[in-house]
Design a protein around this ligand. Structure first.
Ligand SMILES: NC(=O)c1ccc[n+]([C@@H]2O[C@H](COP(=O)([O-])OP(=O)(O)OC[C@H]3O[C@@H](n4cnc5c(N)ncnc54)[C@H](OP(=O)(O)O)[C@@H]3O)[C@@H](O)[C@H]2O)c1
Length: 442
């Protein structure tokens, strides 16, 4: 019997009924039009009535558009294959990714569709690269994890700062300070807390994966590696207290810098116009490698207490199954209210915003870097700002990345598993973010 040809959609949003997924749907609907690269959209998830509720919630008018709803469950591989075969670009919002992501990537690579997600879990991202890169190249499927707040503001903020260093000046390290602002409480949804707890519980797996994989190329960074510093810092210039946190951002930036070391002109597009090729080469010639780290910051030392509590609770309890049970049953208690099972309210989302400062330290002349005991003598500060970061900024970023994949596919590599910076760096993503409320300032 002949197979029935299912319709395909420009974008399929999987996990559309989740807390983040529904904001992604709302953002995507703004760009759905016959004149846009996004002409057709479908929502996917395991529960059709929740998808239908999501569509009502996300539509601005009372007559919500007729958008197909696809049923797919991560525990049902045929349903994932069906969904992937119907997508040009699949946006995966189903997490924690370590629990749900692998079969979705597998289905997308097999179907040859492009895959973007909002993962912030280093082990998942690096495992997908190790397992699927070769096959994704062969099947012409682009797989790009971390296309949300993790880790595009960090990657683009890093590249923006490092591009301000004009030769002979060179950066040595760039430190990002994330400052979330609101007159209401700043709250995250449970799934992010769960991802962090499971990440720590499986930290040894990440180490094992890194040891077993091929050695990554290391960029050559002028000067010494920064000395080990205390966890809490008073950042006088910004007037902030800052706490060093383990961050997916730093690992994603390192992966982009490593690919750049092996491909100093970046990655060639599958059908690149000579003008774009010139633009790409010029873009990467301005980006300089540097050490990178991320800190959460606040005006008041006491405001760091919930972050310290989250770190200590996960560190102390995350290693045992009974400890994890307590953490995952009472997230609000163990995070002093930073994470809730119901996520932030509409008011909390609406009143929040973020600023991420990038403080670059380096040398006014690259020659100084090779002198014994010479430390950085120059500082460049830049920043990225936007609305509430976890859900609103994440949705803006994910949708803009998807629009670029649809519209500018010829400028992008034909397939493979990559971090977002190396793929989107030389595109117009920064301009698009700027137009949609995520701003870069020098
Ligand atoms: N990168 C970033 O900055 C960023 C920002 C926000 C979130 N995230 C990450 O995104 C993920 C989702 O977060 P969230 O807060 O949106 O979580 P959430 O509200 O719990 O949503 C999870 C979604 O996954 C779906 N799902 C769960 N199990 C499934 C299965 N077996 N098959 C198909 N769908 C399934 C849920 O479907 P139902 O609706 O049917 O339950 C729901 O739509 C987390 O990993 C989080 O860490 C990252």
């Amino acid at each position: 019997m002949a197979e029935v040809q299912l319709p395909t959609y420009d974008i399929v949003i999987f996990g559309a009924s989740g807390f983040t997924g529904k904001h992604v749907v709302r953002e995507a609907l703004k760009f759905l039009s016959p004149d846009s690269p996004l002409k057709t959209l479908a929502l996917a998830g395991r529960n059709p009535s929740k998808l239908s509720e999501t569509l009502k919630w996300a539509s601005t008018s009372t007559s919500h558009p007729t958008i197909p709803l696809l049923v797919a469950d991560t525990s049902d591989p045929p349903s994932l294959r069906r969904m992937a075969s119907q997508a040009k670009v699949l946006l995966n919002c189903v997490g924690p990714f370590r629990l749900h992501g692998d079969p979705v990537v597998d289905a997308c690579v097999e179907a040859g569709c492009d895959y973007l997600d909002i993962c912030g879990e280093p082990e998942f991202m690096e495992k997908m690269e190790a397992v699927y890169h070769e096959k994704a190249v062969e099947k012409c499927s682009l797989v790009i994890c971390a296309c949300g707040f993790d880790s595009i503001p960090a990657e683009f903020g890093f590249m923006f700062n490092s591009s301000q260093w004009v030769y002979p000046a060179v950066p040595n390290r760039i430190e990002a300070y994330l400052y979330a602002e609101s007159d209401k409480k700043i709250v995250g949804n449970f799934a992010t807390f769960e991802s962090a707890v499971l990440g720590l519980a499986n930290a040894d797996k990440l180490m094992k994966l890194r040891r077993s994989g091929r050695r990554r190329a290391r960029p050559s960074i002028p000067g010494y590696a920064p000395p080990k510093e205390s966890r809490i810092e008073r950042q006088k210039k910004l007037g902030l207290w800052a706490l060093k946190i383990p961050s997916a951002d730093a690992t994603v930036v390192r992966r982009t810098l490593s690919i750049l070391t092996e491909n100093p002109n970046g990655l060639q597009g599958v059908n690149e116009h000579p003008k774009q090729e010139e633009k790409r080469i010029a873009f990467w010639s301005r980006v300089k490698p540097a050490h990178f780290g991320v800190k959460v910051a606040s005006k008041n030392l006491l405001d760091l207490l919930p972050w310290i509590t989250v770190g200590l609770s996960i560190g102390r309890l995350g290693g045992s199954s009974i400890g994890r049970w307590f953490l995952l049953t009472f997230p609000s208690v163990f995070s002093l209210g930073k994470f809730r099972k119901k996520g932030p309210t509409k008011d909390q989302l609406g009143s929040a915003s973020f600023k991420m400062w990038f403080v670059g330290h380096g040398f006014s002349d690259a020659k100084l870097a090779s002198r014994r005991n010479a430390g950085p003598d120059t500082e460049i500060v830049t920043r990225v700002m936007g609305p509430e970061f976890g859900y609103l900024t994440t949705s803006i970023i994910l949708v803009q990345c998807a629009l670029i994949v649809l519209e500018r596919w010829g400028d992008l590599p034909k397939g493979g598993v990559f971090p977002p910076g190396i793929v989107f760096g030389p595109t117009d993503l920064q301009d698009r973010l700027q137009k949609n409320g995520v701003c870069f300032e020098f």
